[in-house]
Ligand binder design. Structure first.
Ligand SMILES: Nc1ncnc2c1ncn2[C@@H]1O[C@H](COP(=O)(O)OP(=O)(O)OP(=O)(O)O)[C@@H](O)[C@H]1O
Ligand SMILES: [Mg+2]
Length: 391
């Protein structure tokens, strides 16, 4: 059910026209706030047309008291409004005068998200439902996917040994094997040749890494990539996802068929972009394309790589263009290429690189630091929520 908190029925009319009779829609005065929301409410649309301050306050109450409800704000989507909305866990801002398509899309996404959230709350006790399938993506080559994914996977494995697999999804030019100095005797090609009847057939083709991580390496010969269909690749990854707490997939640039097929099952998408205009625009287009095709199920994380680059856009411009604040800022530093060439990710080598701390921040979004205090863990959890970033 959709609850609209507004001074009049105008918004209700537009929402009804957009969603039809399939979803129940009700309006209550903004003043009633949380009290107007019965347990059947899945989505609340808060009208900020007359009293924007009150709209933010009510959104915050929902965030604190009814986290399973998805909140959409109706207001002018300025940079400031986005920033504040993000802080109070708002999912979307519906601009004034939005047409039927825009309203339908926003409400549909909000309902889907509410359904997933209540599902994840119901199944919180079921460990298998907590397994994460994390895809590391960027539209542009060379943005740092392999660097980020190998550090993320090794960091996760250091906290959850034997429970993490890194899949090299760059089947043509994959270099996960080099990044981790692995002597892979077998690859995803052999795993698929086995027929993919069960997870064991894939598990025997994993290569162990000293950190406690397993890797499913790309074939040695680039031409072999063409033999591996999107369906076979996706099946191999999902079999691993059933067995392992974390599966991290390094991808090739862009949104190829293999990447999109696996994405249907992903729980998390880690977007990697650098600060140059092409990288940022490319990511904006990618996110837009994913929204359009309804790939909105996974939690999104944004890593800004080479964040301190002298040339390029600043962080505020990037957040405004993409509509999403960077979650983690990884500085440009020589230790990253050096570590990659040596096959020892910086995260393994202690705190000597300025990139180590942000990379651990990324790891902590998934697996908390066992030595962190309760306050630090709560702060990390808070950072992990907000506009587009919460399930
Ligand atoms: N923050 C950084 N500072 C300095 N160098 C970096 C940083 N991040 C990545 N690099 C270097 O940039 C190059 C490209 O990074 P990487 O291979 O991780 O990108 P990629 O997105 O996987 O590329 P491809 O699209 O080719 O797979 C590598 O040499 C890497 O060491
Ligand atoms: Mg790569």
């Amino acid at each position: 059910m959709i609850l609209i908190l507004a001074a009049d029925d105008d918004l209700e009319q537009s929402v009804r026209e957009a969603v039809g009779d399939v979803v129940q829609v009700q309006t209550a005065p903004l003043d009633r706030g949380l009290a107007a929301a019965s347990s059947a409410v899945e989505v609340v649309v808060i009208d900020g047309a007359y009293e924007p301050e009150k709209a933010f306050t009510v959104a915050q109450r929902f965030d604190e008291e009814r986290p399973e409800v998805t909140v959409v704000l109706h207001m002018e989507p300025t940079g400031e409004a986005f920033g504040r909305a993000m802080q109070v866990g708002v999912r979307d801002i519906l601009p004034f005068g939005a047409d039927g398509d825009r309203i339908r899309e926003s409400v549909k996404r909000a309902l889907e998200l509410a359904e997933r959230r209540s599902h994840s709350m119901r199944s919180a006790d079921n460990p298998q439902d907590q397994h994460r399938l994390i895809m590391v993506l960027s539209p542009k080559g060379g943005a740092g996917k392999t660097t980020i994914s190998s550090n993320l996977a090794v960091g996760l494995a250091m906290r959850a040994p034997k429970q993490v697999v890194l899949v090299d999804g760059d089947l043509q030019f994959g270099d996960v094997g080099n990044a981790l100095r692995l002597l892979a005797e077998t690859s995803i090609r052999d795993a698929i040749a086995g027929g993919l009847h069960d997870a064991t057939e894939v598990k025997v083709h994993l290569t162990p890494h000293r950190s406690g991580l397993f890797a499913l390496c790309a074939p040695e010969v680039p031409g072999v990539a063409d033999e591996i269909t999107a369906q076979a690749f996706s099946k191999a990854v999902t079999l691993l996802h059933q067995e392992f707490k974390y599966v991290v997939v390094d991808t090739d640039p862009g949104l190829g068929e293999r990447t999109l097929t696996v994405m249907d099952h992903a729980t998390d998408l880690v977007f990697v972009a650098a600060t140059d205009v092409a990288s940022v625009r490319g990511l904006h287009k990618t996110i837009d394309a994913l929204d359009r095709i309804g790939m909105t199920g996974a939690q999104r994380h944004f890593v800004l790589n080479r964040s301190n680059a002298k040339v390029g856009l600043d962080v505020a411009d990037i957040a405004a263009t993409i509509g999403m604040e960077p979650d983690v800022l990884v500085p440009s530093h020589v230790s990253l290429p050096v570590s990659m060439n040596q096959g020892v990710p910086v995260i393994e080598g202690g705190e000597s690189s300025p990139a180590a701390s942000p990379l651990w921040e990324l790891v902590s979004r998934f697996e908390a630091d066992p030595n962190a205090t309760a306050e630090q863990a709560a702060a990390a959890q808070r950072r992990n929520t907000g506009l587009f970033g919460r399930r």
